[in-house]
Design a protein around this ligand. Sequence first.
Ligand code: NDP
Ligand code: 2IT
Length: 458
Amino acid sequence: MELVMNSEEMKAAQDYVNNVYETVKKRNPNEDEFLQAVKEIFQSLVPVFAKSPKYMEHNILERIVEPERLITFRIPWVDDQGKVQVNRGFRVQFSSAIGPYKGGLRFHPTVNASIIKFLGFEQIFKNALTGQAIGGGKGGSDFNPRGKSEGEVMRFTQSFMTELCKYIGPDTDVPAGDIGVGAREIGYMFGQYKRLTGRFDAGVLTGKGVGYGGSLVRTEATGYGTVYFVEEMLRDQGLTFSGSTVVISGSGNVSIYAIDKAQEYGAKVLACSDSDGYIYDENGICLDTVKRLKEVERARISDYVKEHPHAQYFEGSTGIWTIPCDIALPCATQNEINEQSAKTLVANGVKAVGEGANMPSTLEAIDVFLENRVLFAPGKAANAGGVAVSALEMAQNSSRVSWSFEKVDRKLKHIMKDIYRNSINAAEEYGYPGNLVVGSNVAGFLRVADAMIMQGVV
Ligand code: NDP
Ligand code: 2IT
């Protein structure tokens, strides 16, 4: 995204950003995803440095981009054949400027330092946007849950926690789920943490089962929050989900509850996917089938057509973006929409794109959306509902109460509206009206940067 240069201050700010970015590139070679996330955020902040040089004087950028701590560790475990397996574990404790480190854990074979750092870096700004007192962190492992037995998943997850428990705590670092980590894995981790420490530290993890300290609405929060955010963005332009056609990638936690809320709002969801391919149902996706296949049977999305023979299954997950739709919600994984897919969506008349996943659009794809005046809701704003309800779970855990579904849902809706409003206002104030990429990055950054200045050089 090119920002317009119109003053000496802007030139000085751009030079500062370019210089720090070059240092980051040198220090983090071969970390493409991390550099992509850094580049997007840095470029958005140029108008902030131009307007308030104090952030340059305190060299906030070079500090914020360096994790406070990156922990990597060995995870040995025994498979069902009695063979010893070894995976690699990560936790990045990126920023504690405004609260304890907070962010999910991802179990997926593609996990490496670059992936964990891009997610952790994004999380700093996302968490600040929620208005809650949570810093930025992320973790996970290159463990592949696909095809593993219940016993294998439990043994692996316990071994993962045996090491991770040394670094986390309700006031230190509070992990939750992400790709490949849901209520089952959080349960095994909580059990192992309790056994190792001898304490029922309810607030050490979020996304727990409702029966032992979990918050109502946490399961639904990311998908619901994404739809709440996008509805707010649509409403500003006189549009709505009601009567629209929607394509939602993925069929995991975020996708399922995005489908749920979009349908409740009167949209027709035409397609969803998994990493192997996508289904197209012209009658609108049957969510009960998707939920049973994915949440209960842990089956493939291709099985959908066995029960709904009029629907079609196509191999390859990215083909989903060739389906004409009014609203696209990428809810699977990073870089799932490239420049070509973005152009196809635009050519097919897409009006709005809302990122339920983290960084699902490449930088080039974002440019295509912005240049073509597609309403674009970036992930760190649109998918912040998950971590926001995690923070509400922490609040309930510390005060030993549990709130009703309606109460948490109401708070979630308010938080998503506030994030939208604050991001739109920041975009306007810094000279990029309507640009939620700039607006969300700026609004998140200012909160963290001000806290860093107040806390001195630490
Ligand atoms: P899940 O594991 O529940 O589901 C992930 C979905 O995405 C599955 O359908 C999976 O298919 C698909 N997928 C995963 N990797 C790939 C890939 N490389 N290519 C194509 N499809 C893929 O994860 P979540 O729903 O929790 O997470 C989805 C996205 O949302 C991630 O980007 C995550 O970081 C983000 N997010 C999650 C939050 C949460 O609260 N859970 C909060 C905010 C953001 P398959 O089953 O074949 O692997
Ligand atoms: O990317 C994310 O915001 C998450 N995976 C949720 C993190 C959390 O701590 O709830």
